[in-house]
Design a protein around this ligand. Structure first.
Ligand code: BGC
Length: 459
């Protein structure tokens, strides 16, 4: 056969997407798994809510650190090595958690796990965007988001299955198994062609593209495109210091991630069983309700995927934030009045699930989408890096304060506080967030750089 003839989308291409999407699954598994383990950890170490908050949130702190370093690591050593490092840390962190002998050692183990999550969460989408053909890029990145929510659901299911054993060690340790599979998978991945080109290894980049694309012509065109792109060096930090317009887009990315986290979503993801017990559920019912949170989180993500390119980002965000503000307000009201009867319990649970729906159909996927759309090419890595680190830092703060808020200002008040945040965010969205549906990234960039108000850079 002629060396220039290449067969259709090869098995290896599909395999690569599967493995890289598994990174999303690992992410979800690792952030979700703690929910069901909390009360057993607290009982076995006899620790206060304050220490438990640290155990819960240390993953996010580790992830913030890794997200800050991952850009450098994946640029210097390559995307593949960054993914391998994260896979090794996934396995190590899960095993260390399972064998933790004290609260401090558990916090340390979860910091390691956080490094894995942060590195994978940064590198996998980058790798996917670099190996995916351009006409499939959107779908493939959404698939990654979906995998995160599926990972969270699987973690909740595994917690449910292990609840009768009462063993948090099994709950936390069992995710070493998908971690090991992920490691085996990433060991077989090729390096990203874009990174190889960045290192001047054009022939190797060509070989990898031959495995991924269906014609010699496509390979040649992509090699040309990448070379062209690389002529635009990433000068994020310089640009940030010199250019006010870039500072505005970086600021908007930061704001969007602060908004996403202060919706309060992770209060549910990390502490759902505790919240359900608070409204009077026994442990089993609380664990089943937690699983329903996971299911709704997955299903509502499809609403966003289906609507985002049809009706636009802002209408979906408005709908989502109104739903979140109202449902949290009502949860607070129910708790304030006292959740006693079965009907009251069911209503409260339905409101909590409505809140999850509001998030998963809007802020969940859309904030990530917007953050990658608003940065100018020259500063894209820097801008996305800064907003991602913000996501983890605020995420950490939410995990670290929820139980203290419950104990300090009260349960109803805590839900009202988050409800009020969501209401206020509607104003910020109207005022500052652009509509980017159907607009090219070049157009967004030229509007931004021309000094247009942020809410108009998509016009
Ligand atoms: C958020 C995470 C959250 C997840 C829930 C993501 O978009 O960034 O913090 O745990 O959604 O599905």
């Amino acid at each position: 056969m002629n060396a220039t003839m290449i067969r259709g989308p090869s098995k290896s291409a599909v395999f690569i997407y599967v493995v890289a999407a598994l990174a999303g699954l690992m992410f979800g598994l690792d952030v979700g798994v703690i929910a069901g383990a909390n009360q057993f950890i607290q009982a076995s170490f006899h620790i206060s809510d304050r220490v438990l908050e640290w155990i819960v949130s240390s993953v996010m702190l580790g992830a913030a650190v890794a997200a800050a370093l991952a850009g450098w690591f994946s640029a210097r050593l390559g995307r593949r090595r960054a993914l391998i490092a994260s896979a090794v840390l996934f396995v190590l962190g899960a095993l260390l958690s399972a064998f933790a002998w004290s609260p401090i050692s558990l916090i340390a183990a979860r910091l390691v796990l956080g490094l894995a999550v942060g590195a994978a969460a940064f590198t996998a989408p980058l790798y996917l965007a670099e190996v995916a053909p351009e006409n499939r890029r959107g779908a493939i990145i959404s698939m990654y988001q979906l995998m995160i929510t599926i990972g969270i659901l699987l973690a909740f299911l595994s917690d449910l299955a292990l609840t009768p054993t009462g063993s948090w060690r099994w709950m936390l340790g069992v995710i070493a198994i998908p971690g090991a599979l992920f490691l085996l998978g990433v060991l077989t991945l090729p390096e990203s062609p874009r990174w190889l080109m960045l290192r001047g290894r054009v022939e190797q980049a060509r070989e990898v593209l031959h495995r991924l694309r269906d014609s010699e012509e496509t390979v040649n065109r992509e090699i040309g495109d990448i070379a062209e792109q690389l002529r635009q060096p990433q000068r994020g930090w310089h640009l940030f210091l010199q250019n006010r317009n870039f500072r505005r887009s970086v600021g908007l990315g930061v704001l969007l991630q602060v908004i996403q986290q202060l919706t309060g979503i992770n209060v549910m993801i990390y502490y759902a069983p505790r919240i359900f017990e608070h409204v009077g559920f026994a442990i089993n019912a609380a664990m089943w309700s937690t699983v329903s949170v996971g299911v709704v989180n997955v299903l509502a993500t499809f609403i966003a995927i289906g609507l985002v390119d049809r009706i636009g980002r802002k209408p979906i965000l408005y709908a989502g934030f109104v739903v979140m503000a109202l449902s949290l307000g009502l949860v607070g009201l129910m708790i304030h009045l006292g959740v006693v009867t079965f009907t009251q319990q069911i209503f409260t649970v339905v409101m909590l699930l409505t809140f999850i729906t509001g998030f998963a159909m809007s802020a969940g996927p859309l904030v990530w989408t917007l953050c990658s759309e608003i940065q100018p090419l020259k500063g894209r890595d820097f801008g996305i890096g800064v907003s991602t680190v913000t996501n983890w830092l605020v995420n950490w703060g939410v995990g670290l304060t929820f139980l203290s808020l419950l104990n300090g200002i009260g349960t109803a008040q805590t839900f009202w506080l988050y409800g009020a945040f969501n209401l206020f965010f509607i104003v910020l969205i109207v005022w500052l967030v652009p509509e980017t549906r159907g607009v090219t990234l070049e157009k967004i960039e030229s509007n931004l750089m021309a000094g247009k108000p942020l809410r108009q850079i998509g016009l």
